[in-house]
Design a protein around this ligand. Sequence first.
Ligand code: HEC
Ligand code: HEC
Length: 242
Amino acid sequence: MSTTPNFLILAAVLLIAGCAHDDTRHPTHSAVAPGGPAAVEAERALALAEAGDAGRGKAAYAVCSACHQPSGLGKSDGSTPKLAGQHATVLIKQITDIRGDVRIVPTMHGFVRELRDPRDIADVAAYIEALCNPPGNGRYGLSDADARISEGRQLFARDCADCHRDTGQGDKAKGYPVLAGQHFRYLVRQMQDIRDGYRQAADPDMVKTIKKHGNDKLQSIAAYLASLETPGTACEPVRAGR
Ligand code: HEC
Ligand code: HEC
């Protein structure tokens, strides 16, 4: 591909991203893709069975990088999640859910539909998982940060660490997401969406656990998680053009 159309695609993506990120809140059941949840499950099983080739996935990631950044950092304001270092199993679950409208993300739907087949999905997931951990995630910045983080650490250890593991590193084999080092605001939004039924296909046991918590406690948990390190290799200080 020549550089001009590529640039135009990225520019268009950025424009859409800038205008539309608030449409992510939709009630629990909306249009499910033709074939329904069974087709989503089938596609997911095929993608999980692929080996995943990070080299091939790099090309497929170009379209994603307009929003999620070439580094995979996303945006520190929390509008777009950090993906770098997330377990491939988790990425495959989210990508197939979003492709099939089981999780409704209108701004992203068309872009994940461009991945051609389960192999493409596995490749892009392998690429993202292997990205080094970029610095600069959005954190909780108010003066009570220390107290929040310590409260959040305790709540997380009690209610969440069984699945997301002690330091929020998740579990690749079981498909539990990495939460450590994610943007504070993204975490708060997802927790509230999961609790309030706006994020589809969330783990039912987690929904029960999260429902106990008001916004204030969820903010403390998010402050703690955002203060941690994402697993994997830290990026070298200057890594422009990656
Ligand atoms: C137009 C901007 C945009 C593009 C392009 C885009 N995304 Fe996203 N993506 C988002 C936003 C915004 C969210 C968060 C949605 C929400 O708040 O629920 C997201 C969420 C995700 C998630 C879920 C992360 C999590 O922690 O649950 C994954 C995985 C993901 N994107 C992968 C991709 C891949 C792979 C591509 C390229 C094929 C891509 N995205 C392209 C904006 C974009
Ligand atoms: C029973 C296991 C389990 C427990 C307990 C659990 N979670 Fe989860 N969590 C999951 C799974 C599985 C997912 C992925 C769900 C999906 O498919 O959307 C997830 C996803 C999330 C996400 C979204 C991550 C992302 O990248 O989008 C957040 C935030 C989260 N959990 C926070 C919590 C918090 C906070 C607690 C404790 C109050 C908790 N979880 C307890 C299993 C669990």
